[in-house]
Design a protein around this ligand. Structure first.
Ligand SMILES: [Zn+2]
Ligand SMILES: [Zn+2]
Length: 148
């Protein structure tokens, strides 16, 4: 399903409408994601923050990353639904948790990252592109009809 995408947390306090298409849809096995996702990976669609409206109060947990940047994981303080993750180096984009998006979004990860941190029993789709650790950040493609 193409944009717009809509999302809501389990209790409905946080909602979003996203007008743009994702820059990337990835599965992440880093330790912070395993902590957020009950031992599995998180699944995330990276969107430009300028292309959405989000309403409701978010709580955030900040973790220093090895790169020196800060990982900011946001969630609903009332129901705990993970909403998104951001890097302090790239606050113009955010990786929205696929579970936050309403059913029928049709997005599916094509890349698995931080697979070095995945547990032995992890089953990772062989069709996915894999990165041992952090890949380069997604590059916003010029939108059709812009820039000319
Ligand atoms: Zn909630
Ligand atoms: Zn992660």
């Amino acid at each position: 399903m193409p944009a717009p995408y809509t999302g809501r947390c389990a209790c409905g306090s946080v909602t979003a409408t996203i007008r743009g298409e994702p820059l990337a849809v990835r599965q992440c096995w880093c330790r912070q994601c395993q902590q957020a996702a009950a031992g599995g990976p998180t699944h995330n669609a990276t969107f430009l923050v300028a292309e959405w409206e989000m309403s409701g109060e978010l709580a955030a947990h900040r973790t220093p990353a090895a790169s020196g940047n800060t990982l900011i994981q946001s969630f609903c303080p009332k129901c705990g639904t993970p909403v998104m993750a951001q890097s302090s180096a790239r606050m113009q984009m955010a990786s929205v948790r696929l579970g936050f998006l309403d059913e029928g979004h049709g997005l599916k990860p094509d890349t698995a990252i931080w697979v070095d941190d995945a547990p032995d029993w992890a089953v990772i789709d062989p069709a996915m592109e894999k990165f041992a650790r952090q890949p380069p950040p997604p590059v916003p493609a010029p939108r059709q009809g812009e820039g000319d």
